[in-house]
Design a binder for this molecule. Sequence first.
Ligand code: DOR
Ligand code: ZN
Length: 350
Amino acid sequence: MNTPDRITLPRPDDWHLHLRDGTMLAAVAPESARHFGRALVMPNLMPPVVTGAEAASYRDRIRKALPADSRFTPLMTLYLTEDSDPADIRAAHAAGHALAVKLYPAGATTNSASGVRDLDRVTGVLEILAEIGMPLCIHGEVTDPEIDIFDREAVFIDRVLDPLRRRLPELRITLEHVTTAEGVAYVRASEGNLAATLTAHHLVINRNHILAGGIRPHYYCLPVAKRERHRVALLEAALSGDPRFFLGTDSAPHPRAAKESACGCAGIFTAPLAIPLLAQIFDEAGALNRLAGFVSVHGARWYGLPVAEETITLERRDTPLDLPARIAAGKDEVVPFDPGFPIRWHVVTG
Ligand code: DOR
Ligand code: ZN
């Protein structure tokens, strides 16, 4: 079968993005704005983005960091703490300052110390979210040190997510960056009010990429990549056309020195290449016809927003994409994800 070597899509959205602040924001925002029309921006700054006013002010800073002619729309999230004010969240949603609330179990990942220790202490907020239809985005990992890091997502589903969904079935939940076959199966078995984001890098790497033949800090993120059978399950979910699965890159820049360190931090920076890489993955699987659903349609529908009218066109070429090995961020630099193979898809318009 001949597969097309050119494809036009509604401009993609990134439903899970870390843009940071200050110099780093200035360096990475244009990288997302080049291909994406909108992004759901994570609130795990230091200090976190908790209130509607903080989200509105962060959104202004993001807009200022974009090229003057950019039409990129940052969509904001509020960081859920045990002191979050339900009235403020309701008002932020009504005013259009925030699209979703983000739940980080305290200690689960980068800048999550102000997250939630005890879900019972945020019941008031969760009930409001269910009432107003505002999605809760969840970093789905338990933080119990007794639980092996490779099991933390599956245990979270059993111990936390499933009981929460039974208690509050009206709550709309986005299970973020699913990394396990168990996560995929759980989302597939759900009967509503549950969707999941998948990153591009978890479709490419398994845990061997991080650890075999030397330790590779630029492949380390949270949730950490799992065994190959999990990667295959994620890939199948992405390629399946199931509207409950869509792209959230979790592109998470860190200064190179903070990654290449005795205690390197979690996060993989994929913004510059996520869309060409996904085109290649879908093409190689013979599923290019499902790429638009995954990157441009399913997420918009889930969040109740129109699919983009603008388009982008990608083309497969003989020459591989020439990505910089490093991107300058003030006196620091950020290392983009290296999938380990040449990417032949190029965004040629848009
Ligand atoms: O790898 C990660 N990096 N996972 C997260 O959940 C947070 C992110 C970050 O902010 O760096
Ligand atoms: Zn993230």
